[in-house]
Ligand binder design. Structure first.
Ligand SMILES: NC(=O)c1ccc[n+]([C@@H]2O[C@H](COP(=O)([O-])OP(=O)(O)OC[C@H]3O[C@@H](n4cnc5c(N)ncnc54)[C@H](O)[C@@H]3O)[C@@H](O)[C@H]2O)c1
Length: 433
């Protein structure tokens, strides 16, 4: 029988509530005993769901840490800019942390948190959920097994679909750096940078060069006849690829956690209320060419490692189809796969007569079937919680475990890539403060 661990939700938004739901499926492993959330409606929702007594419902982490420790760990699902300020006092108060990515918004913050965790001897696991998907875990296992020899080069691609781009990075809460404090590279592709660092685990990234800009979502690229709000003053709404009506009314469920999960009310919005909101106060009703977004909508990153191996990441927002791809070239062969297809191919150099290479296709959906775990990010969202519980119980972690120490390199690559793009020069990565 597994030991039941107790957790406090910090930031009862969509991510933390998703991780906390493990307590509903596996009450023998996890019990939610507290919540920290400044928004009363969300705090109450979490309290009702997990029968949390009022003395364990807090508006801030300051209130929580004034009490003696009430749980084994916290699930910190606050927004990017709150990760470090909320986690520092929690570490001092003795809590281990399951922490959302990006775990910091700058190199300075990164070292502040890492050093605090080291000093306090606490465990922090970063929600790099893609490591926990059968697709990426199986590729990593192939590398551990030496399937393609020594890695020479890693090529990662992330294409963010036009509707995801618009809702999160143009109209939404990651569009403006002054708010989330993250670039799109860090908010979205810190997963892919983490995967690159993980695939080349144990080898230090030494330098990075990067280019990126706002290519599309700016007012001088707006089509003729556009307005400021799609349903108010736009003469081309009917034919526009980014019509708010098409994105959020005609697709009512897609991105509804961003667009329609109102924070001030528990009541479902009617269709008329939604249309009225898109016309008046909703940020999602704005023309994508007339928003206050200031983050690059595409960025390319080139990385060099200490052993001379290299990697690239191409992040492009506004694609017809959202997708992730990975191609690894080693001294004995290569691995090439598409995350959405959950399949990769391993090719081996084969110089025997009549041959050039051999090929084997690995379909990772068969691993999904055996575990029975589904859910967001190819099942990674729900696998990360039991993995962290195993770490806390002192059991052997999976190969996907994302200890903060192991997440430093991916984050450093991202911060240095953003500096490179800003300063238009190659940046040397310093792996200590
Ligand atoms: N791992 C992934 O694949 C993945 C995917 C999407 C988002 N994310 C990350 O998850 C994080 C949360 O995203 P979300 O969409 O769930 O956000 P959200 O806005 O739905 O939830 C954040 C919650 O934190 C609360 N909060 C704000 N300040 C707080 C404080 N000081 N103490 C406690 N709570 C506080 C907010 O009121 C809000 O309810 C972000 O950092 C985001 O980048 C990760």
């Amino acid at each position: 029988m597994s030991k039941q661990l107790k957790a406090v939700i910090v930031g009862a938004g969509s991510r933390a509530m998703q991780y906390a739901s493990h307590a509903q499926q596996h009450p023998e492993e996890l019990k939610i005993v507290g919540v920290v959330e400044p928004i009363a409606v969300r705090r109450q929702k979490a309290a009702d769901l997990y029968q949390i007594p009022s003395q364990h419902c807090f508006q801030s982490t300051d209130e929580l840490v004034q009490k003696s420790r009430i749980a084994d760990f916290v699930i910190n699902g606050t927004m990017d800019q709150h990760h470090v300020p909320t986690s520092l006092p929690l570490l001092k108060a003795g809590y281990d942390i399951l922490l959302e990515k990006p775990f910091a918004t700058s190199e300075e913050e990164l070292w502040q948190l890492v050093n605090q965790a080291r000093q306090c001897g606490r465990k922090i696991s970063i929600c790099h959920v893609l490591r926990h998907t059968p697709f990426y875990a199986a590729i990593r296992q192939q590398l551990i097994n030496g399937a393609i020899g020594e890695l020479i080069n890693i090529q990662a691609i992330e294409h963010v679909s036009y509707h995801h781009m618009a809702v999160a990075f143009v109209r939404g809460k990651w569009g403006k750096t002054a708010f989330s404090k993250s670039s799109m590279l860090m908010a979205k592709s810190c997963h892919d940078l983490d995967l690159i660092a993980w695939m080349n685990s144990g080898i230090r990234p030494t330098s990075v060069a990067s280019f990126g800009s706002i290519f599309q979502f700016r007012s001088d690229k707006a089509p003729e006849g556009h307005g400021t709000r799609c349903l108010v003053d736009c003469s081309i709404e009917e034919n526009c690829l980014y019509s708010a009506k098409k994105h959020y009314i005609d697709h009512p469920d897609r991105w509804s956690t961003y667009t329609w999960d109102t924070v001030s009310s528990t009541k479902e919005m009617t269709l008329d209320e939604k249309i009225n909101s898109l016309k008046t106060d909703s940020p999602y009703g704005r023309c994508v060419w007339e928003c206050d977004n200031d983050i690059a909508d595409h960025q390319s990153v080139a990385i060099e490692f200490e052993n001379g191996s290299t990697a690239t990441l191409n992040l492009v927002g506004g694609a017809a189809k959202g997708s992730r791809k990975l191609h690894l070239i080693g001294t004995h062969g290569e691995i090439e796969g598409s995350f959405e297809d959950a399949r990769f191919v391993i090719r081996h150099i084969d110089p025997s007569p009549g041959n050039e290479y051999s090929e084997k296709i690995i379909d990772t959906t068969r691993y999904e079937d055996t575990t029975g775990v589904t859910g967001g990010h190819g099942g990674g969202d729900l696998r990360i919680v039991p993995d962290f519980l195993r770490v806390l119980r002192g059991e052997k972690p999976s190969i996907s475990s994302t200890d903060i120490e192991d997440s430093i390199n991916g984050h450093l690559i991202g911060f240095c890539a953003d500096r490179s793009a800003r300063e238009n020069k190659k940046i040397e990565i310093s792996s200590s403060q």
